[in-house]
Write a protein that binds this ligand. Structure first.
Ligand code: SF4
Length: 420
């Protein structure tokens, strides 16, 4: 079900919510966001409120947040205190929402992390940030020091820097890294909620998710549900780039029409301005202009199109940019991000990226149809074969490109060049 932005404005419900009153000063933050009810309520109340809110993780997987909290809390014992890991690695190149929150609203994220710690019985919070995100690192360290001076807490908060690789942000890779290993994913069935950091039950939650947790604890689940749909409630952060005049991070209702979200960013979904829309970032899928016009920002709407919300990144491809060239560039990036430990990923993604580059170059002119057939076959062989979701992301992008840019594929393979 789509939600129209203008309708909500006339109901007197205002946005933004987690992007309101951005500040990295604790005194200023507390003026707008009083200290969360860490001890005033039974801990179970926090989880119940999150459950009733229907909050789902905003890092990409969309898992119900309350279920994660309960899974970790259930494994809490006096000898095994859980750990909360704030996943601020944000390896998706088209997304910058988490860095924006960490840099400009660190105390809201820390409020949410401490609530999650209270709900699970954790004594330690580790904020994981990409080693290259220097402003975010500085802001969070400053925020932690500021709290240590002015707000007593029984919980330790520390920062861990994470290698600048996409797969480093996958939750099992984070745990490996924090335990002194390489930042590479594993398909080991022991999950972080069972045995994570130091073998302790570990909650890994995305930065934006925890900012919502802080707000739900203050305002309640009904307030959160004023936006969004019944199944996918709340607001979400989207990072919009490409053919828009206001690139950057916007807060929108889940369920808003993609066309309205793009309009809010100063873009226009006309075939004279835009060639396609990439939804979900590099791990998402291309939508044609017609599809994007008809679709709203919910997984329910996007899944039949082979897409999903992912981390909320939206790229509006300018009409003058070749979609095949852009796809070839992203596939090459994805292949390069392979952690090099699963054969189908290492060889499969390299083959797909190389095959697509040939297609883009029109280099395979005499066997044009074979090029597409081979890509489709390789996609089937790679899908679901890795220890993490990197291969699936590449396959999703590839399939959507072959569909949405089908006319361009023909032109390139026929050697007629690109009309863009
Ligand atoms: S699927 Fe690829 S990126 Fe993921 S763990 Fe295996 S080799 Fe690494």
């Amino acid at each position: 079900m789509a939600v129209a932005l203008r309708e909500l404005e006339t109901e007197g419900i205002t946005l933004p919510r987690i992007l309101a009153g951005l500040t990295n000063d604790l005194v200023e933050h507390r003026r707008r966001y009083p200290a969360p009810p860490l001890s005033a309520r039974p801990l179970g109340d926090i989880t119940t409120a999150i459950e009733r809110s229907g909050l789902r993780g905003r890092g990409g997987a969309g898992f119900p947040t309350a279920r994660k909290l309960r899974a970790v809390a259930d494994r809490h014992s006096h000898s095994r205190h859980p750990v909360v890991v704030v996943n601020g690695s944000e390896g998706e190149p088209a997304s910058s929402k988490d860095v924006v929150l960490l840099t400009r609203h660190p105390h809201l994220v820390l409020d949410g992390a401490l609530l999650a710690a209270a709900a699970t019985g954790a004594r330690e919070v580790i904020v994981c940030i990409d080693e290259t995100a220097t402003k975010a690192l500085h802001a969070v360290r400053k925020a932690i020091n500021e709290r240590a001076r002015t707000e007593a807490s029984s919980r330790v908060i520390r920062v861990a820097t994470i290698p600048h690789r996409y797969v480093a942000g996958e939750e099992t890779a984070l745990i490996h890294w924090l335990n002194g290993g390489e930042a590479k994913p594993t398909s080991n069935p022991t999950r972080p909620f069972e045995a994570g950091v130091g073998g302790r039950p570990t909650l890994v939650d995305n930065v934006e998710t925890l900012a919502h947790v802080a707000q739900i604890a203050r305002h309640g689940p009904d307030w959160f549900r004023e936006f969004g749909t019944d199944d996918e409630p709340g607001t979400m952060l989207v990072t919009i780039t490409g053919a828009v005049t206001r690139t950057g991070v916007h807060e929108v209702p889940v369920g808003a029409r993609i066309s309205e979200v793009i309009a809010q960013a100063g873009g226009f979904l006309s075939s004279t301005k835009a060639g396609a829309v990439l939804v979900g970032g590099y791990f998402g899928a291309w939508l044609s202009i017609d599809q994007a016009r008809r679709t709203s920002l919910t997984n329910e709407d996007l899944r039949p199109l082979g897409a999903g919300l992912g981390c909320g990144a939206i790229v509006v491809l300018p009409r003058t940019t070749c979609g095949l060239k852009e796809t070839a560039r992203i596939l090459a990036w994805l292949a390069n991000e392979s952690a090099g430990q699963c054969g189908s990923c290492v060889h499969g993604l390299a083959a797909i990226a190389g095959g697509f580059a040939n297609l883009n170059d029109g280099a395979d002119l005499t066997r044009g149809d074979d090029t597409v057939d081979r890509l489709v076959r390789w996609a089937g062989q790679v899908e679901g074969r890795g220890a993490c979701h990197l291969p699936n992301g590449a396959v999703r992008l590839l399939r959507s490109a072959l569909t949405v840019f089908a006319d361009d594929v023909e032109r390139h393979l026929a050697g007629r060049g690109c009309e863009r």
